[in-house]
Design a binder for this molecule. Structure first.
Ligand SMILES: [Zn+2]
Ligand SMILES: [Zn+2]
Length: 322
């Protein structure tokens, strides 16, 4: 039996101190998790206990969420959209589950896998391909690499039928707002982290860089889904934005783009370079957003949290029986 205690020890500090504490806190916690997991004598209990002991990233997630919520209240893009829209409470559950517990649980599993793959990883690491670079340069290199890999994975989520079944949950959003950023299936964390962490660790990424990228990506991800009419000006060719991402959620497919458009996660450059970007002119789309969001056949998609949590596994089981 575990008591849930969420502490916010960095609330009274300045922004820089809080950020520094948050990053250091999570690194120490992750290192300790690794230590715990590498000790075969430890129980699942001690691992779970450890999960509750990481308030810092969660604090930043909450702070960014409040920031986006305030921006939406001050400069709402879709004026009629309510804060407490349908399924808002369920999306809050997804925010806490995916933004905190699922990610950490997957990190634990990954630690086991890393331990198993250590001899191979060490061989690549010994080449010192990127690990000798200064931290800021590592950040740029890894941010580019990770975001590019995630952009490819996102396209695969749309193009491979069984992966699309998992990705449907994110596209079930009908009213885009900041909290929708975290409505996605837990399997996506397994797929994204599984396919991006191994190359990053093998190339020698520093833990500070991992956390910094996670923090920046979280802020951009929340902004992308916010109900604010915002693009980064000329930087829109580099950074994803609400104006760009809303087209990714459009119900109607853009002509000649059967798989969708704007697959960007944090950086929009990949969409512009590889021709998957869509940014209509004011003449083409006076509202600058699709009339409806979602996907075809959404009426048959589960509405409850548990129904969505276990989808599409339950769908496969049902098909197997019939
Ligand atoms: Zn998508
Ligand atoms: Zn989205």
């Amino acid at each position: 039996m575990y008591t849930v205690v969420i502490q916010f020890p960095i609330l009274k500090k300045t922004g820089d101190e809080a950020m520094s504490d948050a990053i250091n806190g999570l690194i120490v916690a992750l290192q300790r998790n690794g230590q715990i997991l590498s000790d075969s004598g430890d129980t699942l209990g001690s691992i779970l206990e450890n999960i509750w002991d990481i308030p810092s990233y969660f604090f930043l997630l909450m702070a960014f969420s409040v920031l986006c919520l305030i921006l939406e209240r001050i400069w709402p893009w879709r004026q009629h959209q309510k804060l407490l829209r349908r399924q808002f409470p369920q999306d809050l559950v997804w925010l806490v589950f995916n933004g905190h517990f699922a990610g950490i649980l997957v990190a634990h599993v990954a630690t086991f896998l890393f331990a198993w793959a250590t001899p191979y990883i060490d061989t690549v690491r010994s080449l010192n391909i990127l690990s000798t670079l200064p931290i800021w340069l590592q950040f740029i290199c890894f941010f580019l690499l990770k975001d590019f890999l995630e952009w490819i994975i996102h396209i695969l989520l749309h193009r491979i039928p069984w992966l699309w079944e998992f990705h449907k949950l994110h596209h079930s959003i009908e009213h885009l707002d900041w909290v929708g950023n975290f409505r996605f299936h837990w399997m996506e964390i397994v797929i994204y982290q599984g396919l991006t962490y191994f190359p990053l660790v093998a190339l020698g990424i520093d833990s500070t860089v991992i956390l910094s990228i996670a923090v920046v990506a979280t802020l951009i991800g929340l902004l992308n889904h916010s109900n604010i009419n915002f693009s980064w000006g000329f930087l829109r060719y580099v950074l994803n934005s609400p104006r760009m991402h809303v087209w990714h959620h459009g119900l109607d497919r853009i002509e000649n783009r059967p798989w969708g458009v704007n697959f960007a996660i944090s950086l929009s450059i990949w969409d512009w370079i590889f021709g998957t970007a869509y940014w209509p002119s004011l003449k083409e789309s006076p509202t600058q957003q699709p009339s409806h969001l979602g996907f075809r056949g959404m009426k048959r998609f589960p509405q409850s949290f548990l129904g969505r949590f276990f989808y599409p596994i339950t769908r496969c089981l049902k098909q197997g029986r019939s």
